[in-house]
Design a protein around this ligand. Sequence first.
Ligand SMILES: [Zn+2]
Length: 378
Amino acid sequence: MKSTVLFSSLALLCAAGSAGLAAPQRGPGLQMISIDVEGSGGTLFITPEGKSLLLDTGNPPRPGVVGKDTADVLADTIRSFGVKKLDYLLTTHYHSDHVGGFPAFLEKMPVGTIVDHGENRQPDPPPGSSTPPGAGRGAGAPSGGAPARPRITTEGYYQLYLKAIGNHKHLIAKPGMTLDIGSMKVTFVAADGQVIAKPLPGAGQPNPACNGLAGMADTGGEENARSVASIITYGKTRIAAFGDLTWDRDKDLVCPTNKVGKVDVYLMTNHGLPQSNSPALAAALQPIVVIEGNGITKGDDPARVKSFMESGRVQGFWRLHRNTQHPELDGSDDMIANPVDALPKDRHYNLRLRILKNGSVTVINERNGYNRTYKTGG
Ligand SMILES: [Zn+2]
């Protein structure tokens, strides 16, 4: 009897092993994975039909950093769903923390169509300028004790990006353009500094939170303001993924009328940094679930978090990292994928969302399996 039990356990282990112990289930809903790329950009969507979209390719390779490079993290996560070729890769903008891993990623994973906003709008400063090339926050300062990276400007990353694209199919996103990816629909609401001219269906309400809202001169680098911003719909659920779109572009989208409408899931813009996430945007979107791709010391700004926490409908605020600068914001460790205080301890756990057609959204902390289900779409 004992040996039978042992044999059965072994058989189970082998079966699990052959499928990959950490292999997530693909169907029946849409999978959205906020991939831990250390405060850079990397969000994956896989439809029940197996169609895939990746938003951004994160930080450039950082030799000497403990753990895997961003491109490996992204490619391994995609493959863990049984996907061998990525259908769409959307680059929101050309800052190093969103495009730094692009050339290496293309070497590791076949990609169908590349989508972006077109030309880089943050050229190098003129020679002799007091601002050293790439010194803006948009250049992506190392966080969490990472070694310094080679200094490449935004224009430099853009040139590497263009070279890597080669013969790939290439689509320039325009506000109002839509993409059907399996049963998921992507609508671009902003790109290259322009926003949709008309409200999306069901939107267009006045937004009182715009009254008296100050402007914001600080963009963190012009490319942030040029981000491709998307509303993604699947069944009854609406998701906002705005890249690093800045405060003043938020205003164009949601002031004086809310052209976007409410959403259910909000991928916190710009890692939760203060140049984005205006109170008017929070009042317009009123998300139920917030997912923040922050770093150990990057993003998670107290005032911006507060705006969203108080926007009216938030039931779950999930983070990729503990924020060592603002521990008072953290809440339960179960809702933080990587509650570590230094980069060498980080094990790259992701937050995974399983979204069903009926509006059920389950967020899973891949570190410990802790999960909560929210009713959205109503
Ligand atoms: Zn960023």
